[in-house]
Structures are given as C-alpha cells and as structure tokens.
Design a binder for this molecule. Structure first.
Ligand SMILES: O=P(O)(O)O[C@H]1[C@H](O)[C@@H](O)[C@H](O)[C@H](O)[C@@H]1O
Ligand SMILES: [Mg+2]
Length: 283
C-alpha cells in the first residue's frame, strides 16, 4: 500500500492553504491578545479558531474515531500530548503568534502526520509570504511544487545559523541562550538569524537559505512538519546533545549536514525543559 497516505497529504495541503487565508484576513482586523504560560506567551482568537477549522476539516474527511490529534491550542486547554501508534495529526495553527500580533511578516500553519510514531508527511504554509512547503517520507521536499534541498556548505565559517529565544524568561535559561549565541557568532559564522517561527526556520534550512536551526523549549507542533521537510531536503535532525532526534523532548537541531550540526552542538549550553509527553502535574 505504497500510496496509503497520499489523500491525507493532499488534503493537508488544501487545509493549510485555507487556514492561511483565514490568518491573513484576521491580520487585517484588530487582534485581541491573551496570554498562556506567561506574559510573553501570546495567544489570539485566531490561533483557537484556525485550530478548530483544521481539526474540524480533518475529522470530517477522515472520521472522528480513527485519527488522533495533537494541536497546540487543544493541549493548552488540557488535551493530552501523547503520540501513540494511531494515525496522528500534529498541528500548530499559527506558528509565530508573536509575529502575527506585531505584524512581523513570518507566520506559518504547520501540519504533520505520524503513523506508528513515525512522521509520514509535513506541510508548512508560510501564509504571509504565500509559500507552501511540503514533504512526504521518501519522496523529497518541495516549495510551491519545486524541489528544494539543503545547502552544501560544510565550512562553519561560511554558514548562517538560526536560533530563537522562545518565551521562557527564566534568567539562567536566557543567560545560557545568549552565551550559546555569542559562542556561535564568534566561531565566527557569517551571521545569526531568527524568523520568530520554528516552522519557517526549518523551511529556511530545507531550502538552503541557512545551514542550521536549533532551539530548546520548542514543542512537537512547532517542529513535526519541519522535521519531515528538512529530512526530505537532505538535512539532518539531532537532539542538541548529539543524540537521536526526539519529537517530544522540546529540543532539536536541524542542519544541512552532520559536519555543521556537530560543530554547533559543541557550543550549545543545554538547559532542562519538561517533555511534551510528561504526565500532567496535578495541582
Ligand atoms: O507559540 P508559537 O506557535 O508562535 O511558536 C513558537 C516558535 O515556533 C518558536 O520557535 C519561538 O521561539 C517561540 O517559542 C514561539 O512561541
Ligand atoms: Mg508554534
């Protein structure tokens, strides 16, 4: 059954495009902002509305009981964040909510699909740029239907590296993040960047605009679709300690090749984050 998930893949592209149109339209009106885990962790009605639209469409198409869903806003409301062997959609309705609130022009819809805990495909629609990135396991990565591939740079001194500082303002963590960035900048590399969305950052690695993106503190919905796209574009994914990539660990490096990844890993000061699939603490 080689083409078992093609229909789901094609449908995900359609749904992501429609969701992106809703986000673009919402950006033209006044945006009501609320906060989640802390004062800089923003959420808007659009995040919630778009997630409902995406999950609603997928349930209508594939049936309520057979597929599972992990969505950023559903998890924020207490839904479980556990990846089982069942076909599972992993959704970030608005990746780059802070950008969306501020009109900073990188906002993405990220939809991934996993079966038996393995990612089958990923779709990222960078909706303000109107760029559709997608990849299916073993079939290459594309931007607007054109094949994309990672850069062939192996010399770290000729690289651009992306990282983000996330939404945790714990002073010790922020110190480690900036110390890591300082060390990488002074390797030296050509530059450090950050678009404000993990999904877009991974597409930039996949399309060769940058050599690596790493972050500690991201969630599975930020990186699931990007993981397939980077891998299918010829890149690598690792834990920030050099071990195997773990979708639920809240940390990862994606890079064009192992040489670049391993050089960056040497500089990363790791700090703890609670796993996405950790049991929910009773209050
Ligand atoms: O919350 P959303 O979905 O906008 O996503 C996050 C980004 O994807 C991170 O890279 C980024 O560092 C931030 O943590 C940001 O919150
Ligand atoms: Mg996100």
């Amino acid at each position: 059954m080689a083409d078992q998930w093609q229909e789901a893949y094609d449908f995900a592209v359609q749904v992501a495009r429609a969701a992106g149109a809703v986000i673009r339209k919402a950006g033209e009106c006044e945006i009501k902002v609320q906060t989640k885990s802390c004062t800089v962790d923003l959420v808007t009605q659009t995040d919630e509305r778009v997630e409902k639209i995406i999950i609603g469409s997928l349930k209508e198409q594939f049936g309520e009981g057979t597929h599972c869903f992990i969505g950023e806003e559903s998890v924020a409301k207490g839904e479980p964040c556990i990846l089982t062997d069942k076909p599972t959609w992993i959704i970030d309705p608005v990746d780059g909510t802070t950008n969306f609130v501020h009109g900073f022009p990188f906002v993405a819809v990220s939809i991934a699909f996993a079966v038996n805990k393995e990612l089958e495909f990923g779709v990222i629609y960078s909706c303000l740029e109107d760029k559709m990135y997608k990849a299916r396991k073993g079939r290459g990565a594309f931007c607007d239907d054109e094949p994309i591939q990672v850069s062939d740079v192996k010399d770290i001194h000729k690289s651009i590296i992306i990282s983000e500082h996330g939404t945790d303002r714990d002073k010790q963590k922020v110190k480690k993040i900036f110390s890591t960035m300082q060390k990488i900048l002074c390797i030296p590399v050509h530059g450090l960047r950050g678009s404000g969305t993990a999904a877009t950052n991974m597409c930039l690695v996949a399309s060769g605009a940058t050599e690596a993106f790493f972050e500690i503190g991201i969630h599975c919905w930020d990186i699931a679709a990007g993981a397939v796209i980077v891998k299918e574009a010829g890149g690598v994914l690792l834990d920030v300690d050099g071990g195997p990539f773990d979708l639920m660990s809240r940390r990862m490096i994606s890079a064009n090749n192992m040489v670049i990844a391993e050089r960056i890993i040497k500089e990363i000061e790791i700090f703890d984050s609670v796993r996405d699939d950790a049991p929910i603490q009773k209050k």
